[in-house]
Ligand binder design. Structure first.
Ligand code: HMG
Ligand code: MG
Length: 301
């Protein structure tokens, strides 16, 4: 067992969380949310997406968010970029970190970014060339790594070879997305082992959605293999517009509670997170998915 002493949390709530909400938060509300998350100790916060607002209107104004937070060199604020147009827009707003996002299956790739897996990799390679020469940090996502809503089972060797392609084109890390939250601990472990063999454990992040309530078990299985970066969303916000029925991301609070219990450092203040979740759930008009937030809020007067 090579459980890390510290885990880096990548907070994806302001992007992956809010992209699926019925209530659209304005750019200024999202800026405030990012500032609050930073105050709770989060350093890596996915700030938005430079995608078509016709496809994902919730992410409109991502440029305003980056522009407003350009004076925060203490924060790492990656943004999603699907193609060169998105990259140029992100750079114009001052992006210093980007994430390209592909899928393990053809159908999901078509539904999500309207192109084949091969075409998406060509686009990402083009984006990466520019990003490398601009000195921009690049994260690569792969969606549907443990199952696809359209194609079912996914071969871990295929995911590993896509992860390798992303690293070869210049991504510094690859986030393995269980977009529909269908994975279980052994599948997650097998997938990470396949990927680690090709790209090394240090370049792997894990990104679980909690549809079947397996996210924490999966995270534990992966960190016991040495994975030290975990994506989470405050309150358990999220879902994916192109994966119907998939639940939100694993909640940041739930993961921090797990890691606190294991004595693993995160630098994150749980009570501040719960307070953020309380306010967000009022604003978004639904109770938090986070079990920890619900438990803690139930004890408040
Ligand atoms: P398209 O329609 O194929 O693009 O969309 P196109 O090249 O044919 O252009 C059509 C129009 O879109 C043109 O405008 C372009 O300029 C414009 P028009 O001439 O008609 O006025 N366009 C853009 N506008 C803004 N930003 C851009 C851009 N590119 C073209 N970057 C596209 C292709 C990728 C843009 C579209 O499919 C899209 O925006 N998809 C959204 C994908 C998305 O954000 N999905 C959710 C995030 S992924 C996810 O959640 C999974 C993840 O979290 C991991 C996990 O959970 O497992 C990462
Ligand atoms: Mg996600």
């Amino acid at each position: 067992m090579t459980r890390p002493k510290r885990i880096e949390i990548v907070e994806v709530g302001p992007r992956d969380g809010l992209q699926n909400e019925v209530q659209h938060l304005s750019p200024s509300e999202r800026i405030t949310l990012i500032e609050q998350l930073s105050d709770a100790g989060l350093v890596q916060i996915e700030a938005g997406a430079f995608v078509s607002t016709r496809w994902v209107p919730q992410m409109a104004g991502s440029d305003e968010i980056l522009t407003a937070l350009n004076n925060r060199p203490d924060l790492r604020l990656p943004v999603l970029v699907p193609n060169l147009k998105g990259y140029n827009n992100a750079r114009a707003a001052g992006a210093k970190e980007i994430a390209v996002f592909g899928a393990a299956t053809e159908t999901f790739s078509q539904k999500n970014i309207n192109c084949s897996v091969a075409a998406s990799l060509d686009r990402f390679a083009e984006v990466c060339q520019h990003a490398i020469s601009d000195g921009i940090y690049i994260r690569g996502y792969i969606s549907c790594v443990l199952g696809c809503p359209y194609e079912g089972k996914v071969n871990p060797a295929q995911v590993a070879s896509m992860a390798q392609r992303l690293i070869d084109m210049g991504c510094s890390e690859v986030s393995l997305g269980d977009t529909i939250g269908i994975g279980t601990a052994d599948n997650a472990r097998i997938l990470v082992e396949h990927c680690a063999e090709l790209i090394g454990i240090d370049r792997i992040s894990v990104h679980f959605h909690d549809t079947y309530g397996q996210a924490l078990a999966n995270i534990l299985a992966c960190i016991d293999l040495g994975v030290s970066t975990v994506d989470t969303a405050v309150g358990g916000l999220g879902g994916c517009p192109y994966a119907k029925g998939s639940a939100g991301n694993v909640a940041t609070e739930d993961v921090v509670y797990l890691l606190n219990g294991l004595g693993i450092e995160t630098g994150i203040n749980l009570d501040k997170l719960v307070e953020i979740t309380k306010n967000l759930s009022q604003r978004l008009n639904h109770p938090p998915a986070s079990r920890v937030a619900r438990a803690k809020l139930a004890t408040l007067p």
